[in-house]
Design a protein around this ligand. Structure first.
Ligand code: NAP
Length: 318
């Protein structure tokens, strides 16, 4: 009589957005089966029985200590600032990086850069019967765009803008080569990028080092009339300093997708400011179809004892 017993399928706890359970309940097990690692996905289980946790801040889970056998916590979000400092989290943590997030962010950033580059508002808003043909938009190659953060999203957006023809420079923590992009790092690198950014895109993660990186001093380093586009995180910007710079005319416009408080309170001055565009944290989103494949790839890696994709550096905070 054989004593071999099949290993039980890894038990995966879904602690993601409740409203997305229906989508993930089908997609994650299917992607895992396709990857060759059948799993059981549940919304509730004895903590010590859980092998992996699929996590997003929009869940009730905040104490990871009871999950003593969990091999990894797999974030559905790219930004991990809400979990990275959680002291009960001792398991390896990964963040989300998938085609859906990347492609969506390229579209959103490209659209808003082009809006400002072409001065589209002049002809979309306030049509009054007057034929104003005195301003021809410059070519993209004559427009200097800066991108702070050259990670999965920043590098992809910087490259897409460079391919479109913009003169793009970018900034990261460590030295980095991004094809077609003038890359810089460190304090001197930041000053160089700011000084030449007629349009500045923020795609940094929120960490103690990046909080209020856009403040009175750095705003002053931007060319007069510069445009700020922030799909990164709200607290990258000192809001009071930005409002002062907008009111002084030094900053021409701010297109903001993310805020220190979300939803942005109805009484916040950004809503009514004539040179601020508010979008409600929709620049991009984790798409269950593509995110499930990344979750499956990491569970497969975890089961094989291989390094996980997109690990979070807990000390760096992202
Ligand atoms: P990522 O791959 O981790 O890239 C982060 C980039 O920022 C890296 O280039 C990193 O430098 C750089 N960086 C970090 N700290 C820095 C510092 N102190 N100084 C200079 N550069 C620094 O992240 P991602 O996937 O591109 O995502 C970026 C952010 O986008 C997320 O953290 C999230 O906040 C935001 N996001 C927003 C939305 C939305 O819908 N609005 C959607 C998804 C994500 P190194 O290359 O040297 O590591």
């Amino acid at each position: 009589m054989s004593t071999d017993r099949a290993e039980p399928a890894p038990l995966v706890l879904y602690a993601g957005p409740p409203e997305e359970w229906d989508a993930y309940a089908g997609l994650i097990p299917a992607a895992c089966a396709e990857a060759g690692v059948p799993i059981t996905l549940v919304r509730d289980a004895p903590p010590e029985a859980v092998d992996y946790i699929v996590y997003a801040p929009k869940s009730d889970l905040s104490d990871f200590a009871p999950y003593t056998n969990a091999k990894a916590v797999l974030s559905l979000w790219a930004g991990v600032e809400k979990i990275v400092g959680n002291e009960s989290l001792t398991q390896p943590l990964t963040r989300m990086s998938d085609d859906g997030l990347r492609l969506g962010m390229i579209d959103w950033v490209s659209g808003h850069v082009l809006r400002h580059h072409l001065g589209m508002d002049a002809h979309i808003l306030g049509q009054d019967g007057v034929w104003r043909n005195d301003t021809i938009p410059p070519l993209a190659r004559d427009r200097r765009v800066g991108v702070l953060g050259l990670g999965a999203l920043g590098a992809a957006c910087a490259q897409a803008l460079a391919r479109h023809g913009f003169a793009v420079s970018g900034w990261s923590r460590r030295a980095k080569a991004v094809e077609g992009v003038r890359s810089a790092h460190g304090d001197a690198g930041l000053a160089m990028v700011l000084a030449q950014s007629e349009i500045l895109v923020l795609l940094l993660p929120l960490t103690p080092d990046t909080r209020h990186i856009i403040n009175a001093a750095t705003l002053a380093e931007l060319p007069k009339g510069a445009i700020i586009i922030n799909p990164g995180r709200g607290p990258l910007i000192d809001d009071d300093a930005l409002l002062a710079a907008l009111d002084a005319g030094h900053i021409g416009h701010a297109t903001l997708d993310v805020f220190a408080t979300e939803p942005l309170p109805a009484e916040h001055p950004y809503w009514a400011h004539p040179r601020v565009t508010v979008t409600p944290h929709i620049a991009s989103a984790t798409r269950p179809e593509t995110a499930a494949e990344v979750i499956a790839a990491n569970i497969l890696r975890g089961e094989r004892g291989e390094p996980l994709l997109y690990p979070v550096d807990r000390a760096a905070g992202y």
